[in-house]
Design a protein around this ligand. Structure first.
Ligand SMILES: *Cc1c(COP(=O)(O)O)cnc(C)c1O
Length: 455
């Protein structure tokens, strides 16, 4: 990064007035901010013309690159027509068409769509709907949610409650609901041959928790196949299939939080497809608008909808709203995104792209400080460890991921390691050349971060 001119000016102005998300702002005393003026495809351009590959799809939201011609055009057209209208008592073509198409492409049985404006709000809605469904059925003893260790579902109070994001959650613990926490079936540190057994044991524990809280649980919430914010920890589809069975046996809702994994990230359009299951609620956001506008949706079954459908005075209605619910610009971006999916066989193309990504980091296979390279579709993660044999983690205070982050910025790649986990989750339009550049920078960054002491 060049810091003589426009980059420096914007950074100075920023640091005088802004407070950035999930950031200890003091870090910016010696960590540069990346000032971006333009995006195109996988590339971001800074104020001085420096270029960076967006290896993380701008927090996993972008699918087809920045400033995509079709999506940009559709949003601009929509802005000239209708930017936004209240969705209570009012409707508009975009909101209806998007709902119809979401019903079409999501697993069979998810026939109702409730819009919101962020991933967290979608998760909140699914929790409230599940609880309220049981209330409306006269089951007022159901107040608990089951969640997996190491999970992440957002950062509002309700969503923090059902997550296990250690550092993010700890301070607020006194304010939160108490979920039932069950082991996650991810395979890190488990030998290949023992992974199936691990899944079985995790399901057994789940069964036990459900049995011992019969009639008290509203729902189980999971991130299908990949716990993304928890360090891209992955597990096999068999777990989801087993979990669906348990939820059926014990009459508990299953909430699939596909906010990060939806829209093709794991290889299929939705991760639940790989287990051939339909959850009772599916939360969508991030990729929904192709990374253009904040929007989310909760999909649910007709039977859930019907439990709220009654005379007003029965007070069974779901009285929840957000000002920007069903925003017309966001609907236009989402519809354009679905069109892009239809115009080209992206899921098929991503299979090749995913192979290129894996091949590009083959040099790390024997690296003494890379404990595992794991991949699920278009998500590839490399976990740095102090000791490869024992998978001994680095002390978090050493902040080795930061070294990789900084190395990336100095060399034209925006990486954003989660602790000691360096990962790629690029826009699907990344080509083989760009993958080569991204991988070379990540490998050099990992070398730098793992050679010797970091103060
Ligand atoms: C990002 C994320 C959320 C929260 O979405 P926001 O839009 O940041 O509120 C919830 N669940 C998962 C799995 C996520 O990755």
């Amino acid at each position: 990064m060049n810091f003589n001119s426009d980059n420096q000016t914007l950074q100075d102005r920023d640091l005088a007035v802004l407070w950035h998300p999930t950031t200890q702002m003091k870090d910016h005393e010696n960590m540069p901010l990346l000032p971006v003026r333009k995006g195109e495809g996988v590339w971001l351009e800074d104020m001085d013309g420096g270029r960076y590959i967006d290896a993380i799809s701008s927090w996993w939201v972008n699918l087809f690159g920045h400033a995509h011609p079709l999506i940009s055009q559709r949003v601009a057209e929509q802005a000239r027509q209708l930017e936004h209208v209240i969705l209570a008592g009012v409707t508009h073509p975009g909101a209806v068409e998007l709902a119809e198409r979401l019903v079409e492409i999501t697993p069979p049985g998810l026939d109702r769509v409730f819009y919101a404006d962020s991933g967290s709000s979608a998760v909140e809605i699914s929790l409230k709907m599940s609880f309220h469904y049981w209330m409306n059925q006269g089951e007022s003893e159901r107040k608990r949610f089951v969640t997996l260790r190491n999970s992440y579902h957002g950062e509002t109070l309700g969503t923090l409650s059902v997550g296990d994001a250690g550092l993010f959650k700890k301070v607020y613990e006194p304010l939160l609901l108490e979920p039932l926490m069950v082991d996650a079936p991810d395979g890190f540190g488990v030998p290949e041959a023992a992974r199936e057994e691990r899944v079985r044991l995790c399901l057994e524990e789940m069964d036990h928790v459900m049995r011992s809280h019969q009639g008290q649980i509203c729902a189980v919430i999971v991130e299908p196949l990949v716990q993304c914010a928890g360090g891209m920890r992955m597990y096999p589809p068999g777990y989801l299939a087993g979990l669906r069975k348990l939820c059926d046996q014990h009459s508990v809702h299953l909430i699939a939080d596909e906010i990060a994994v939806g829209f093709g990230r794991t290889g299929t359009l939705f991760a639940c497809e790989q287990a051939a299951i339909t959850p009772d609620f599916m939360c969508l956001s991030k990729g929904l608008t192709g990374g253009y506008l904040p929007m989310s949706a909760v999909m649910t079954r007709e039977e859930v909808y019907q439990a709220f459908y009654a005379d007003y005075t029965s007070l069974k209605g779901f009285l929840h709203s957000h000002s920007y619910t069903g925003n017309a610009l966001a609907c236009a971006a989402a519809l354009a995104t679905l069109d892009v999916f239809e115009h080209e066989p992206w899921l098929q193309r991503n299979q090749q792209t995913a192979r290129w990504m894996r091949e590009a980091v083959a040099d790390l296979d024997e690296h003494p400080h890379v404990g595992e390279i794991r991949q699920c579709g278009m998500i590839l993660a490399m976990e740095m460890v102090a000791d490869r044999e024992k998978l001994k983690p680095y002390d978090w205070r050493e902040r080795r991921g930061q070294v990789v982050y900084r190395h990336g910025l100095e060399n034209g790649v925006l990486l954003r390691p989660i602790g000691n986990v360096v990962y790629f989750m690029p826009p699907y339009v990344i080509n083989q050349d760009e993958i080569g550049q991204m991988a070379a920078v990540a490998i050099a960054g990992i070398d730098r971060a793992t050679s010797g002491r970091v103060s």
